[in-house]
Design a protein around this ligand. Structure first.
Ligand SMILES: [Zn+2]
Length: 273
């Protein structure tokens, strides 16, 4: 079975509408798909009760969490979208996103990069806003040529627009997911560039707080990374998840359903639903 339990739509920073995303997943042979937009379930919600043949949809969300001064992403899978806990999570996280985007817009204006405040506010009222959206505004205004350049000069680590977020704590995020009947998964563990010791500490804290799975396979990840994560997964007694982290066509390292299989010995997280 081909699963993809980590994808993004236009409800956050993805380029395909939820419907386009599902159609592309189906054409790619995905059997089980989770739409996991950043801090919102709006993409999934917009599909209503539509059915997509053999493709089964799982309600999901990707919540940003604070763990020891670091941002960690937690995917919530098989959540009850109508639960109060999810509404509360979305409200708190969206407020943090709007505040951060507003501060970034103010800082960019002070640098003479134009007044983006109104556009930022308008976008934030519709979708889950993040730095990639602001980068695109800078491209459109002609301040930079590419999104990469926007991050390199203004939005990336240590730059003027690198505003720290006030995300909820890791424990709070896991509580929300569990209260909504969902399964909490550490997203792409290799992306945080933690030492092995720190990654073990993260996994231990995550598990102690009620987290249940690790994304052992994230996109077209190298074999040794997958094996190392599979070992950590087995040792910690957590289940294994697999997702592309798809955002848009053309990114071959994160194409829908392109991940390798979860290694033998890992317990697939989707077997519990
Ligand atoms: Zn993601």
């Amino acid at each position: 079975m081909q699963v993809d339990l980590h994808t993004h739509s236009t409800a956050s920073d993805g380029k395909l509408t939820p419907l386009e995303l599902v159609e592309r997943a189906r054409a790619s042979g995905v059997d089980l798909l989770a739409i996991t937009d950043h801090d919102t379930t709006a993409g999934f919600d917009s599909l209503g009760d539509a059915s997509f043949g053999s493709l089964r949809l799982v309600a999901g969300i990707e919540l940003s969490a604070k763990w020891r001064q670091q941002t960690i992403h937690v995917v919530g899978l098989n959540i009850g979208r109508d639960r109060d806990a999810i509404h509360e999570a979305v409200a708190v996280q969206q407020a943090a996103r709007r505040t951060r985007a507003g501060i970034i817009a103010t800082r960019l204006a002070k640098q003479g990069l134009g007044n983006l405040t109104d556009r930022v506010e308008a976008l934030a009222s519709r979708i889950s806003i993040g730095r990639p959206h602001i980068a695109e505004m800078l491209v459109e205004s002609g301040a930079v040529r590419t999104v990469d350049e926007a991050f390199r000069k203004y939005l990336g680590s240590g730059r003027i627009g690198d505003v720290k977020d006030e995300w909820a704590s890791l424990a709070q995020i896991i509580d929300w997911i569990r209260a909504a009947g969902g399964t909490a998964v550490i997203a792409h563990p290799e992306k945080y560039q933690l030492t092995r010791t720190r990654l073990r500490e993260l996994i231990a804290d995550f598990r102690a707080a009620g987290g249940e799975a690790i994304e052992v396979v994230s996109g077209r990840q190298a074999g040794p990374e997958t094996r190392a994560l599979a070992t950590l997964c087995e040792q910690s007694g957590l289940s294994a998840s697999s997702g592309s982290d798809f955002h848009q066509p053309g990114q071959h390292w994160a194409e829908l359903g392109s991940q390798s299989a979860v290694p033998d010995g890992c317990r697939p997280v989707w077997e519990r639903w």
